[in-house]
Design a binder for this molecule. Sequence first.
Ligand SMILES: *Cc1c(COP(=O)(O)O)cnc(C)c1O
Length: 365
Amino acid sequence: MSGGDKLDFEIRPNPAPVSAADRAALLANPGFGRVFTDHMVTIRYADGKGWYDARVEARAPIPMDPASAVLHYAQEIFEGMKAYRADDGGVTMFRPYANAARFNTSAARMAMPALPEETFVDSLHRLIEIDREWIPENEDASLYLRPFMFASEVFLGVRPANEYLYLVIASPAGAYFAGGVKPVTVWVSPDYTRAGPGGTGAAKCGGNYAASLAAQAQAIENGCDQVVFLDAVERKYVDELGGMNVFFVYDDGTVATPPLTGTILPGITRESVIALAEAAGHRVEERPVTFAEWQADAASGRLREVFACGTAAVVTPIGRVRFPDGEFAVGGGEPGTVTMALRQQLVDIQRGKAADPDNWVHRVF
Ligand SMILES: *Cc1c(COP(=O)(O)O)cnc(C)c1O
């Protein structure tokens, strides 16, 4: 394919899709990340050739040579987004071009080729269209989409690979908070950091997650739900959670979140929450927040609410904070009103139930 041409997808329907009855049973309680649809998208890339062989085909294992570069040097990036069933029977997504742009920012950091944004969004459309029956009907559920790309070249030398495979798989997801939103308890990691200056913290790469797992395991051992990472240089400033950005709400209505200095993943939910908070009249500050300040302001009552946000859980209140020397609550450990209002507003926009002044909702069909 030459540079600007639109990539055509070859559609090869799955000859043996899951039966309607089995699908209904799976959709009744899909949980997260265990149930998959009948199809996947694959697109190949080779240096000198560009992107080629775009397909929608039956979801199946991908044969891999043991010397595939990704298995050794972890050249891999991904995205995470949701498709929703609209009230009129159509399907929507939330800001997919923002994911497309971030995918290419991640690709650049990992020395991988860019995928045209149109191709990225088109690939999601194709998969949603063919697997539309897999989008759960019920209110808080969605079809989670996972686009990803990895170095597929068979070569053990250390350099950017010459060949890549891009895929999209889809997984129906139930309500994240079955039985209502519950505040989480977070663990502030004393020994592990997530990303340093000049590192890959702002790229959505699998390696960042691999590096976070020991800290997340420590959080679980300490009875917490999620880990909070402090900055890698001074171990003083709050960066983010393993997979969610963090916000602080003060008694004067100010909302603060750590700035994007390269060690934090630029969440699309984060950016949307900033816009919604500003529109609601809050002063929003992107500024460094120290853990000491978090503790002191929670104790004085100046800090009223803390929440985490990301595509999977949207907005999640943080009720308690634990660290090796102790534990404290924020806002009495209950979900705060600003947190819940921002959450509701975002969910309502995503579900087509509220005005969408910034055109965040993207119609698939
Ligand atoms: C994906 C991700 C987020 C949230 O990003 P959204 O675009 O809001 O889903 C936050 N932190 C990390 C480390 C992530 O990987």
